[in-house]
Design a protein around this ligand. Sequence first.
Ligand code: ZN
Ligand code: ZN
Ligand code: FE
Length: 764
Amino acid sequence: MTVAREIRIEGVVQGVGFRPFVFRLASEFGIKGWVLNSSEGVTIWAEAEEEVIDGFYREILAHPPKLAIIVNHSIEPREIKGYDHFFIKHSERSDHKDVIISPDVSTCDDCFREITDPNDRRYHYPFTNCTNCGPRFTIIMDVPYDRDKTTMRDFPMCPDCAREFHDPMFRRFHAQPNCCPKCGPQTTLRDLEGNVYPGLGHEFLKEGKILAVKGLGGFHLVCDATNRESVAALRKRKIREFKPFAVMCKDLDVVKRYCHLSPQEAELLESPAHPIVILKRRHLDDLPPEIAPGIHTLGVMLPYTPLHYLLFAEGLEILVMTSANISDDPLIIDNDEALKKLKGIADYFLMHNRNIYNRCDDSVTAVVGGDVQFYRRARGYVPLPVDLPVDPPGVILGCGGDLKSTFCMTKGRGAYLSQHLGDINHYGNYQQFLYTIPRFEKMLDVKPEIVVYDLHPDYMATRWAKALQGLRKIGVQHHQAHMASCMAENQVTEPALGVVCDGTGYGLDGAIWGFEFFAGTPDSLERMAHLAYMPLPGEITIKHPSRMAFTYLYEIFGDAGLQYAQSYLTALSGEEQQVLVKQLENRFNTVLTSSCGRLFDAVSALLGICTRVQYEGQAAIELETQADIDDAVPYSFDLNTGSRPYTLGVCSTFQEILGDLRHNIPVSIIAGRFHSTIAEMIIKVLERMREDTGLSVVALSGGVFQNRLLYLLLNRRLEEQGFEVLSHRKVPTNDGGLSLGQVYIASEVIRKDVSCHSIKDIEN
Ligand code: ZN
Ligand code: ZN
Ligand code: FE
């Protein structure tokens, strides 16, 4: 007997070829009815024998299109309507927008074949895409996902493209950004004077020129990575002396020539997101030293749009591809802006006339101990949600920190993190923060009822949140948010231990925290231990690690410390040292800090490795690069368990480091021993906390865990000691993951209706 069923599928089901897939499947099963992109997802009306529909439904769930992610699905009986064929219905608007917008997807094999086939009508066409690949998030202005709601609405399809678009059996059926050389976007290559050139600029790249290239989520600055003069010029013009440049390699073979590559790393490079993957270099002398000064790794990606593939040519196999922005301002996305702001940096401009709506940086990842870790989560991943372990009691907006900023908005259990927004103390980044929030509200069709902010009174996001009217506001401590972020992505609702090794964050006592141990559930985390406080002589110390080294020496050894400073801190003049002594004596313009990042800075400077910091974490990264961890014996340290919170003292640590320096022990050994010391400190504190609480699940979070040496060593040691380790795999361990933790804490505070001393809850 023929029956009718309505099937609903929610998740990432639009822009991924779901309807053509359903259409083909329906013909195979002999099902009548229709399929429709609705605001909730995909709705299917199926009429056939009951078993046939069941088989059809099972097949949809079992083998959906490669890029689809099914979050919810349902099947309901309906009155039969008597359709005589199966068809694709026009999109309708309804009240709910439950569709998850797909992130951008790198060029698929089929499209790649077309652009490299001289007989294909898309031969060498830089904007070729299909239902399995192409721009999504970066071009979508509204939902449901249809061409007229993307920046492709400026390009009406030619008859050939329209035919493909309407042919259900074809790969481009309802591929919204479908286009070809006749009807789609075009590139222009020009210089600042307005002279236009044919081609994509291969000759210029070979000559060593710097190109500004408009890509998917923004502009890149591009040059031949093997040309030392070009790379050095780019560094000089961009005024970016040390921060490593990312490169794009023509293919995996080229990557393997320059870097060690595990199968897992290769898989990540080739995954639909095509992120930057941090790889270990094979040799340090096969590329100009200006690519990545002071470190032994390289951020590598593969071409992810046809335009990128076409940039490579005979003699051009590895290109520098660095985000085109001025200092720390947002990535440039607009042609006119590029011409204006990149004047004096780029020699030529390879632009196109498809607008970028949502700015999106390249994501940065690494494979660490067999796990994928994010340093920056953006293109290829955003706006996919991370699931919360609980249903939040309303729509929550976590507004993140200030550096490596992201915000997080909830819809049901889905936590939607924004793309990386950068340092929002910069005007442009702050503007982006401001206009991206309403875009997410629109995309998710939600209105935040609760806003969560960091306790730092000077954070831009905090000031913004506090000034909001008519919604509940909750302040959350920075490092508690870090720990909760790790718990959230690991679906932990039970009490756990946590260690947060971080740069800086505002503490509940007004000090700058950063090496913190907590125990409990997100709504009630007790600070169990921390690194003993040191004065931080002014914000400027963050950029000048020698000042932090001096502080440790002087605070620990007093006048004897001055002797050590003279021997080892040559970057500080005698005069600067005198001023620092006065400042430390009078506690003038100093705050107390337990920052782990500053401890790394101090040791890095003391060993003469890094004395001036130009990008966040530089001193620690260079210290890690130098460290030889094999058989590294930890230094002593002092764990004071007199009262809670316990404190970790490093007097004996510094004493022993100075001893090693006096005995001319190589810096690599000292750096290795220091890493091993930090791991040992953490183990000792956690063992004590386990005794106190009976808990043995440990969440690791905070920016310092980007240090792979420390992370791997600690993981191994914790497992040996019988701890269960939770770490970040879905969001960054740095402040890019903070907003997720803010949301989780606020959700639990409200759900359990607790008011805890550690959380400031201001009702409006
Ligand atoms: Zn494709
Ligand atoms: Zn066309
Ligand atoms: Fe942090």
